[in-house]
Design a protein around this ligand. Structure first.
Ligand code: HEM
Length: 440
């Protein structure tokens, strides 16, 4: 690896995190059916390992793209490549410490950040380094910022802010009052998702602009509208995560409205971009193009599900079931991962690995999307069955779970197929990223 390319190092390690994260997901799913499967890592360990690894894929790949794109495509040399490399090593070191502490059964944190809270310190330091590097580099831009620079900057700032907020429970002022603690926790997690969406949607617009060669993609009114919706979502979108907190319903309804409009506008941007592309451009960037296309389709599926589960009468019995998991995995895989894979294959342009007609790539993209469809539906049906039987029958928990089991089995088999599809894609990309990092 060439250490002068911290962006590519991030992308490379993020791809490995994706592969191992999805592998842990299949382990966790098998444990739904066979609780004693792989006793060394029971569900209470495999689940946080899976979630932390896939979340680090999302952040790592987005961060890597930003470090790589600024100097190469935005004519904005990094303020300090050395700081970016330091950021990379903190990312790897903290990631390894988190994996080891989960495997050893050392927890102590909350929700997504279940690791011992002391590991939050290097994470905060690394984001400060990233912020300093990004803003000093981006402020060199003499002309108006395109929307993706705004999105990346906002994502970095708000991640830092919400991450600190998510750790406030260590102070007794917050942890002594249960409503205060839960409200702050869920507010922080809702905004956290908003901050990674900023990084990922910024990447999507950047990739679309570069593929089309039209600078208007990143400066259009619709793109800025998406930015302001995303910003509002960061600030208010958390409200639909706080069902258990007594809050006025209008706050929640506004939050739903904003997050759904955001998805709709993103879909519109991808749709318009597609229609302006010439056949030659579609062909030249075939792999990246196909991932963008997949993300667009998944936006519509997830939007439909989000609309349904935001109806209070439906939410009452879907909340906390596998339907919520379908919602979160549907968006993190179908939308975020597809966009980030488009970014990886955009980076790979010019490399033989990007060939979209390679049988391994073709099988990977088809297998992962079809498997995801079955995976997503079986989670919805599992959640629906559980919610319905809990509300309408007197069946015991065990009897209800017996009814749910066939859906969980389908979910697991589809999950294994999804893992194989993603592995085929990652396998194509890893050597290409490696070659690219050596080439310059
Ligand atoms: C890119 C791929 C993936 C991403 C980004 C992803 C993301 C996530 C996220 C964010 C959660 C937390 C859900 C929540 O708390 O609501 C989760 C949970 C989970 N994921 Fe994945 N996932 C991926 C692939 C997989 C695969 C292939 C499997 C295998 C079947 C899997 C199995 C699971 C399981 C079993 C849970 C725990 C569900 C529960 O607690 O009820 N995931 N995943």
């Amino acid at each position: 690896m060439n250490f002068k390319q911290p962006g590519l190092l991030f992308v490379w390690i993020a791809l490995l995190a994706l592969l191992s994260g999805v592998f842990m997901g299949t382990t966790a799913a098998l444990q739904f059916i066979y609780p004693d499967f792989f006793e060394f890592l029971p569900f209470f360990k495999s689940r946080p390992l899976h979630v932390s690894l896939v979340v680090s894929w999302i952040f790592g790949c987005a961060i890597g793209g930003i470090y790589y794109y600024l100097p190469k495509y935005c004519q904005l040399p990094l303020f300090s490549p050395a700081l970016a490399s330091l950021h990379f090593w903190i990312f790897v070191g903290t990631g390894a410490a988190i994996v080891i502490s989960y495997a050893a059964g050392q927890f102590g944190g909350r929700e997504y950040w279940e690791f011992p809270p002391v590991l939050s310190i290097p994470i905060i330091i690394s984001w400060i380094l990233f912020g300093v590097n990004f803003f000093i580099s981006a402020f060199r831009q003499k002309t108006k910022w395109p929307v993706y620079l705004w999105m990346w900057g906002t994502g970095i700032f708000f991640f830092l802010y919400t991450f600190i907020e998510a750790n406030l429970w260590i102070f007794s002022f917050f942890s002594d009052n249960i409503v205060r603690e839960i409200t702050i926790q869920w507010k922080a997690y809702g905004s956290l998702v908003g901050s990674w969406n900023m990084l990922v949607y910024g990447t999507a617009i950047f990739v679309m602009q570069k593929i089309s060669g039209d600078p208007g993609v990143g400066t259009s009114r619709t793109a800025f509208f998406l930015y302001f919706l995303g910003l509002a979502n960061l600030m208010f979108g958390w409200a639909h995560h706080t069902y258990i907190v007594p809050a006025s319903p209008w706050i929640r309804h506004l939050a739903y409205f904003i997050s759904m409009t955001e998805l709709l506008v993103l879909a519109k941007i991808i749709w318009s971009w597609k229609s302006t592309l010439s056949q030659a451009k579609k062909y030249h960037h075939q792999a990246a193009y196909q991932f963008m296309l997949a993300s667009e389709i998944w936006i519509f599926f997830n939007l439909t599900l989000a609309i349904l589960i935001s109806i209070p009468a439906i939410n009452l019995f879907t909340h906390g079931t596998h339907i919520t998991v379908a919602h979160s995995m549907g968006s993190t895989i179908g939308i975020n991962t597809m966009i980030l894979l488009a970014s990886v294959f955009f980076i790979l342009q010019g490399d033989p690995a990007k060939q979209a007609d390679h049988p391994a790539f073709k099988s990977g993209i088809w297998l992962s999307n079809l498997a995801l469809l079955v995976f997503w539906w079986s989670l919805i049906l599992a959640g629906y069955t559980k919610g319905k039987l809990s509300f309408t029958t007197e069946l015991s928990f065990q009897e209800i779970m017996d009814e749910v089991l066939p859906y969980l089995m389908t979910f697991t088999v589809a999950g294994i197929a999804l893992f194989m599809g993603i592995a085929l894609i990652v396998w194509r990309a890893l050597p290409g990223i490696y070659r690219l990092s050596r080439a310059r």
